[in-house]
Write a protein that binds this ligand. Sequence first.
Ligand code: G6P
Length: 431
Amino acid sequence: MKLVVIGGGSSYTPELVEGVILHSRTLPVTEIVLIDVPMGEKKIQINTDFAKRMIAHAGLDISVRYTLDRKEGLAGAAFVITQLRVGGLGARAKDERIPLTYGVIGQETTGPGGFFKALRTIPVLLDICKDMEEVCPDAWLINFTNPAGIVTEAVLKHTGIKCIGLCNVSINMWHDAAGRLGVPVEDMDCRFIGLNHLSVMNHAYCGGEDRIGDVLAVSNSESVVKNIEKNDEMDILAREMGCMFSPYLQYFYSEKEMLRKETKEALSIEGTRANQVKRVEAELFKCYQNESLKEKPEALAKRGGARYSEAAIKLIDSIYNDRKDVQVVDVQNHGTIPELPDDCVIEMNCVIGKNGAEPLKDAEVPAEILGLVVQVKAYELLTIEAAIEGDRRKALLALMNNPLVHDVKDARGILEDMLEAHKEYLPRFGQ
Ligand code: G6P
């Protein structure tokens, strides 16, 4: 079975290789092909050598290679994982910083930063799918590329490729809930609903009983993702609402505080998250080059994507082995949230088997977050259209529907500045 990773030069790749190794008894991967663009060649070489050492150390017979020829690398793939970042961390830094000059949160997924990441990324993903339609039309595309919900929706609406979107937030929240109750994670059945980076856990079943109240009653001093600090105010609100929140809800419910933090970081020597991640990456690639290193280093835990491989490989394993277990993924709505279009992508618990992900029927969005979900979906729909059509009017309207952008003058300013800053990656918006 051939597994292809696009964005193979990412510092997360060893995490994925570890997942393949841990699942080797049930998931017979025989070949891993890492693919990247020329800008990522040095990193993909390092990752390939390190992956070979990890696999040899585990005593497995899996071939690993890299290529910069995407179509050649994709040929015959059974599963394709996308974890790419168009423009690299340099583009992320601009996404995070430019909106701040207008007093607006940047954020690489939820704010205008995520909007520009979507504009840069959607055309690339559609091109990847075109290649897949030619050389591996039956392969599954597991999309981790952010903004994961929006990108997955664009793929499902505009290509014939079988695609499931994935994020590490829910699996981390699931572990967090189990930890708070002091029970094994497998004993819990946690239910999530919403959009990617805008979801809540509204039920936490354990031994047949919904223990969400008990979960919320316990405070955990650690945030579920490394890139967003814990906020006690959010825990109080979560208790009042009766749901556990994705940490990304802080951007909407604690906007002033998040803006203050982002502005302070941007002005400090530490810099925005992109600057911080650059330093972590430098440290990681230094470790990966150490010939004696044969397992994933601890320093990888400093990235926000913890348990990323657990989520990805578990999903692939369940499709391959037709397990019919329940996992939280990004899929088309098909009536689950009646207020949203059928073909839009939502994030929720699904039964995973050889035909993909089937949403559980009994999900309901708490009334307290429904308005926000509907508004953000309006932003997401316009974002996809703007990205595909290179349409400035739709781009502006998308920004106006993003709850973090409050003012049309700011929206126009951010749009113009960002289109200029990213023009090399936005050919559809020809100047
Ligand atoms: C979280 C999110 C991911 C995101 C990551 C950023 O884990 O769920 O979607 O990519 O954080 O982490 P980073 O280390 O790049 O800031």
